[in-house]
Design a protein around this ligand. Structure first.
Ligand code: GTR
Length: 337
């Protein structure tokens, strides 16, 4: 005969036993998922509604959908993780997983990034897209791997132009002796020097204070950044020199990348690249809306004859692309129809 425990005690013990078994099963069941699930961090200097940040959010959504929630992206926008040069360093160490940065702060680290940053290199936005979307763009992304990073995709950044607090820059002579903020890149410093101005390399987050305290007389950037950072309120003269079209780049920590499965690597690269077409749409809209906003805010935006600027900046090609491989890359970019 099977002995039966006392009804009340048996029920309690059984309830507890079942409960713990249930908890254990759930934990064991979840464990593999938890171990392989991953939230990737990405740093961007821009505010939440800026096209680069929106594109990163789209990439995160694509990644989460395609991996059934296993891979997600946490976007640290608005410089939450620091200035661009700092976030690049963090990505090299694996402290942040991805960075969205302009090519300029990479110029010293990844020499190939100098080429698409060169003044007046691209003949049009179409030319820039054709180069960066093609094998030459891929070659430059590949070059990041020698420096602890994996290049994933490019985002648009329009064209950069000069703006100052006191006068419209119509010709190079207007820049003579002015202190102009540039990105932390020897090429960008030399561009401003070639025009007779004094370059002041500052991180993006310091430019507004620099302008309002008079530490710098002006700066150069695309109109969406000019608007976003509020520079147009202090430096209301924006001359369309459009001297460089250095695009933005999305790069991943190689340390982190190397720890991922080949399937996840493919999924991440694809999600990054699939966010590009929408980013370009948002970028175009933002260029227009930012221009309207700065003009409404009292800034003047004027066309400028670019030829004298291009002429003075021309010697930088020999100086910054002196290396035969870089020279050849310049030639191949120019040959793209
Ligand atoms: C913006 C760019 C940023 C940053 C900034 C700057 O156009 O999107 O990544 O490079 O310019 O001037 O520092």
């Amino acid at each position: 005969m099977v002995s039966r425990p006392d009804k009340g005690g048996w029920t309690l013990a059984r309830r507890l036993g079942l409960w713990w078994r249930f908890v254990a099963v759930v934990l064991v069941g979840l464990a593999p998922g938890l171990a392989s699930g991953r939230e990737l961090s990405v740093a961007d200097t821009h505010v939440e509604d800026y096209p680069t940040v929106q594109a990163l959010k789209l990439m995160g959504k694509l990644l989460a959908d395609r991996s059934q929630g296993r891979l997600t992206l946490k976007v640290y926008h608005s410089r939450q993780l620091g200035e661009e040069k700092e976030t690049i360093r963090q990505a090299q160490m694996g402290a942040v997983d991805l960075v969205r940065v302009n090519l300029a702060p990479f110029n010293e680290l990844v020499p190939e990034t100098v080429v698409p940053s060169l003044p007046f290199l691209f003949r049009s936005v179409q030319h820039m897209h054709k180069v960066m979307d093609g094998p030459l763009g891929a070659e430059i992304l590949k070059a990041f791997e020698r420096h602890g990073l994996v290049g994933l995709a490019y985002y648009d950044s329009g064209a950069r132009s000069f703006y100052t607090a006191k006068k419209m820059i119509q010709q190079p002579a207007d820049l003579a002796g002015l202190r102009i903020r540039v990105q932390q890149s020897p090429l960008f410093m030399a561009m401003v020097e070639a025009l007779g101005a004094i370059p002041v390399p500052l991180a993006y987050g310091q430019v507004q204070v620099g302008l309002s305290t008079g530490v710098v007389d002006g700066a150069e950037n695309n109109i969406p950044s000019y608007q976003e950072a509020g520079h147009f309120r202090t430096a209301g003269y924006y001359g369309l020199t459009e001297h460089t079209m250095a695009p933005e780049v999305l790069a991943m920590s190689k340390k982190v990348w190397d720890g991922l499965s080949p399937e996840d690597q493919i999924m991440i690269r694809k999600a990054a690249q699939d966010s590009v077409p929408m980013m370009r749409r948002w970028w175009q809209e933002r260029e227009e809306s930012s221009r309207t906003m700065v003009v409404r805010g009292g800034a003047m935006v004027e066309e400028v004859d670019k030829k004298p600027f291009a002429l003075l900046m021309r010697p930088l090609y020999d100086r910054f692309a002196a290396d035969p491989d870089l020279k050849d890359l310049v030639r191949r970019v120019q040959a793209v129809e």
